[in-house]
Design a protein around this ligand. Structure first.
Ligand SMILES: *Cc1c(COP(=O)(O)O)cnc(C)c1O
Length: 376
């Protein structure tokens, strides 16, 4: 075990170390590049097919399709599910990509409040449904799945589709089922800083429905059918085979990576759980219905901005979610909804370092600095 380091001003714990994604396994990655390159296998090749199969089996899903990124994935998922008009309800505490995907699919994004767990509030969803509503698009935020039982009941009662934004939730479960397998279709992101990151942009769409899968195939590859016949309008949104080869290699270590994130969450919980100035995410074993994978460790903090400055002065990087604003708070997007719970929440949200580079001693150091800030 590494000894707990003493606090030195020169110590830096970055919020996320992008270089490490490459340097931590440089030899293996270069070998993959060489292999793929020497085969000339760049677009729609066997490495991508293998990744899609392995992801489907990991998620216990019927179909997985690699796409260029999760934002495209959401657009394609909505279109494949027939959601190209009307309103789609989403939680304003999400990446703007969730809303822009709805917009570019041809529907109107309608933001609602999240609940105390930061995930879409089923009661707010139900209160917002009207005759124009076509679908609910929950974001499985920070590696935690929403209450899919409640959302499923609401969707069934009102005849709505569910499309999941599972960009942050590969492998998270609700009642034993993986995020991404609840609705008509879902998108997962392989952006470098996501749970399973590649060395660039990447994503996939998940579906349990054969007809939707057929439309996804066409939509992501110029409207082409397997025999080359063009049978609809389509986009070009394929996952590069090289990125797929890297992701397939990384998928082997993914269960261990999730366990590491859960261990770090337990460490934060044990060190910070008693501070009444903070509200922490649910601990890994707090609720038997949820299996969380901690894409992020998102806390609510009193005097958030001062805490962030204090952490920064001690060389510790943090992040305020989404550049400080919920989606409905960006004036240029023209939303008129009033979401006071989300507004107040956004004064308190802070993301602590949560990644595979972070050692136990560094996580303890983060806790020491936070404790000192509130307790002196
Ligand atoms: C990262 C992210 C996206 C977009 O993923 P890309 O692959 O970068 O397009 C969408 N929604 C959420 C919640 C995200 O975190």
């Amino acid at each position: 075990m590494t000894p707990v380091q003493t606090l030195a001003p020169s110590t830096t714990i970055p919020f996320f170390n992008y270089r490490h994604l490459f340097t931590s396994e440089e030899e293996e990655l270069v070998a993959i590049f060489r292999d793929v390159g020497r085969r000339g296998a760049f677009i729609l090749q066997q490495d991508l097919e293998r990744l899609e199969r392995n992801l489907a089996s990991y998620l216990d899903a019927r179909h997985v399709l690699g796409v260029a990124n999760a934002t495209d994935g959401l657009i394609i998922a909505l279109r494949a599910a027939g959601i190209d008009s009307g309103e789609v309800i989403f939680s304003s505490h999400t990446m703007v990509a969730t809303a822009s995907a709805i917009h570019f699919a041809g529907a109107t994004p309608v933001p609602v409040e999240c609940g105390p767990d930061h995930l879409i509030d089923p009661a707010a969803v139900e209160a917002t449904i009207n005759p124009r509503t076509r679908a609910i698009l929950p974001t499985q935020l920070n590696g935690r799945a929403a209450d899919m039982e409640a959302l499923g009941k609401i969707a069934a009662k009102h005849g709505l589709a569910i499309i999941e934004d599972a960009a942050q939730a590969l492998g998270s479960r609700f009642d034993g089922r993986c995020a991404g397998t609840f609705g008509a279709a879902a998108a997962i992101s392989f952006f470098p800083a996501k749970l399973l990151g590649c060395l660039g942009d990447g994503g996939c769409v998940v579906t349990q429905d054969d007809d939707i899968y057929d439309r996804l195939l066409q939509l992501h590859d110029h409207g082409r059918r397997a025999d080359g016949e063009i049978i609809s309008w389509g986009l070009n949104s394929r996952l590069d085979n090289l990125q797929a080869a890297i992701l397939d290699y990384r998928l082997d270590a993914y269960p261990a990576a999730i366990q590491r994130r859960r261990d770090l969450a337990s460490l934060y919980e044990s060190r910070l759980g008693e501070l009444e100035e903070l509200k922490l995410p649910p601990a890994p074993d707090a609720d038997a219905r949820h299996y969380d994978v901690y894409q992020n460790y998102e806390i609510e903090a009193q005097r958030r901005d001062a805490l962030r400055e204090h952490l920064k002065a001690n060389g510790i990087g943090t992040l305020i979610p989404w550049g400080g604003k919920a989606v409905h708070q960006w004036p240029a997007l023209g939303f008129r909804q009033e979401l006071p719970f989300t507004d107040a929440l956004f004064e308190r949200l802070l993301l602590l370092p949560m990644n595979l580079t972070l050692s136990d001693s560094e996580a303890h150091q983060v806790c020491d600095v936070i404790e000192y800030f509130y307790r002196g």
